[in-house]
Design a protein around this ligand. Sequence first.
Ligand code: GLA
Length: 694
Amino acid sequence: MPDLRYVPEQRLWLLHTPSTVYAVGLDDDDNVRHLHWGARLTEAQIGELARRAPAEGSSFDTAGGPEEFGAEGGARFGPPSLQVRFADGSRGVEWRYAGHDTDDGHLSIHLDDRHYPLRVTLHYRVHDDSDVIERWTSIANTGKKIVIQRCDSAAWTLPHRGSYRMSHLVGGWNSEFRLRRTDVPVAETVFTSRTGLTSHQANPWLALDDGSASEEHGEVWSTALAWSGSWRITLHRGPTGRTTWTGGHGHEGLTWTLDKGETLRTPVYAGLYTAGGFGAASRAWHAYVSRHVLAQPAETRPVLYNSWEATGFDVDEAGQTALAARAARLGVELFVVDDGWFGKRVNDHAGLGDWTPNPDRFPHGLRPLADEVHRLGMLFGLWVEPEMVNPDSDLYRAHPDWVLHTAHRGRTEMRNQLVLNLARPDTAAWAHAWLDRLVADNDIDFLKWDANRAFTEAGWPGHADPDRLWLDHTRAVYQIMDRLRADHPRLRIEACSGGGGRADLGILARTDQVWTSDNTDPVDRIGIQDGFSQLFPAQVMGAWVTDSPNVATARRTPLRFRFHVAMAGALGIGGDLTTWPETELKEAAELIEVYKRIRPAVQHGTAYRMAGDGTLSAVGYAYQDQFVVLAWCPSRPFGHDPAPLRLTALDPAAFYRDTESGAVHSGAVLRESGLLLDLPKGDHASAVVQLIRI
Ligand code: GLA
C-alpha cells in the first residue's frame, strides 16, 4: 500500500516511494510549495525544511519558495504552469485551499480561486513498486466561461545546487532519439513540439543532474510526459540558481475555453528521482513502463517481418505470399503487410483514406493472404494510417471538410497528404468503424498505426473553440485504439509516425511497441537505440534487419552485425528475402534462433548500457539466472582491440557459464577485469554472449 501522509499541524504532504520522498506544503497564502524530491527524509526533517524561510527577494523577483504549480498572478515572474482569463477580462489566480483526498496512492489537493469560479486539483499518484511519481492537473469551471491559455500537468523543482546539466533527446526523421547532454543555461529553455505529434525533433523526456552523474553513479531527476500531441516543457534556471521546469500538453499560443460545468484533465507528467546514475534511472523507467503503462508487458513480442523496405508500395497477394513463405522458413512469427494494399495507393500520391483492398492487387481481398499467413503459423499484421488522407482519394472528394483547415488559407500538403480532424465526432466514428471492420473481417492480429505528417492550418471553421482539436484529436486516437483493443482482445498495435515520431508514455498505454526509426542502418541505430533506451524498455523497441547496402545510408554491413544490433529490441526482418542467397537465409534462420534464446532476457530482463573503449558499446540484460551481452564495434584501428567489457551488474561471488563456448568465468573477474569479447576482425564487428549463473 503506497504511503501518503498528511501532517495537519504543518499543512504538508509526504509521498513515499520505495526509496524516495516527495514533499509539498501549503504556505500562509494557500500556495502549494515544493519542499523536497529526493532521498528519504523523515517527517521531522521535512518539517524542518518547511520551516526554512525562503530567501529574501527584491521587489523585482518572484516572491516565496518554488511552487508545485505556479499560476500567473501576484509576484510570480517565472514560466507559469497555469494562465487563465476570466469572463470579465481579469487574469491571474489567488488560491484558497479547499481540502484534499487520498485514495490508494492517489493524492488530490484542491485549490479554489478566491473570487472566480475556478477549481484546480493537483493530482499525485505513487506506487509501491516504483519510484516514479505520476502527476496531473484537473481544472474545473463552476461559473462563467474561462479561457485557458496554459494548463500544464506539473512543475518540478530541483534542490538548490551550483549548476545543473540536462539530458534530452533530439533528432529528425531517420535520426530520432539522439541523446544530448549540456549545461543548463541561466535562461528559460523550451522543449516543444508544435507538430500535433510527439515529434522526431524533441521527445518529452528530460533528465537533470548536477553535472557529476554517470551511467552508474549520481543523482538524476528525470520526467516524462504521457502525451502524443503537441507539448511544451519550459526549464527555467534563474540567476540565483533556482531550477524548475513546467510541462504539459499544447504549445504556446493555443487557448481552450472552459464552459460552466466543464473540467479539463491534463495528461500525466511522471517524475523519477534516482541516486544510481543514468543507468538506474533508465531501469526504473523501464520497470515503470512495464508495470504501469503497457497493457501486455508479460507477453513476448514476436519476431516480425515487414515488407516496407523490400517492396515499397508494390504489394500484392502473390508477392506478399512469396515473402511470407520465406519469412516463415526463417522463424518469423508475425508477418506485416505495409503501405500500398488499399485504394489507388500505388505510390504516396493517391488513395490514402480509401481503406478497401486494391482489387488489382488483392482480387479476393486480404483474407486469402491473412489465411495463408496464419496457415504458415504466423500472426497477420497490417499497416494503416487512419489520421491522414490524400486529396486524391474518394474520401477527400466526399468530405473535404473533414481535414484540419483554416478559412482563407491554403491546405499545406506534406507527403501529398492532409490531416483528418479526428476531434470531429463524425470523422472519428468513421475511422473507428472501418478499422473495426477491417480487423474483424481479416482476422488481423497486429496493426502498424502510422501518422506521416505534422499538423498545419489546424483550424476547424465554424467551431467555437477550434484549438481544442489539438487535444481532442490525440484523445480520439487514444479512444479509437482503446476501443479496438477492448473489442478485439488479441489485437496488438505498433505506434509509428514516420518511424519514431510518436513515442511517449501516452501512446504506449495503448500500443505494444514503437517503430523506432525508418533508419535501419545498424551503425546509426546504435545511437538511436541508446537514446530510445533512456526512457523506453527494449521490449517496445521495434528493430529490423534490412538489406545491405542500407537504403538510407548506402552503408554495407554484415548480416550478423545487422542482426546483433536489432536483437537489442523487438526483432524484425525488413529485407527483401526474395533476393537473399540461400547462405544468408540459413544464417538469418540461425540468428533468429539465437534471438529467441536470448529474447526473454532482452524483453523481460533488466538492461545495463555499457560503454567499452573506442567505438565499442554494449547492452547487458539480467534476467533470472542469465546475463546476456550484445556488443557492437563499428570500426577500430589496427592493433586496438577493445578492452574487456566490465560486467558490473554481475554477482562477484557467483560463477557464470558461457552457453556458446562452455567457458566458466567468475563473477568477480567479469566485474573487475571484464569479459573478453571474441570479435571478428574488421569493421562492423559484434558479439552476443549468453552467460548462465551456475
Ligand atoms: C512511414 C513508416 C514506414 C512505412 C511508410 C509507408 O514512413 O515509418 O515504416 O510504413 O510510412 O508509407
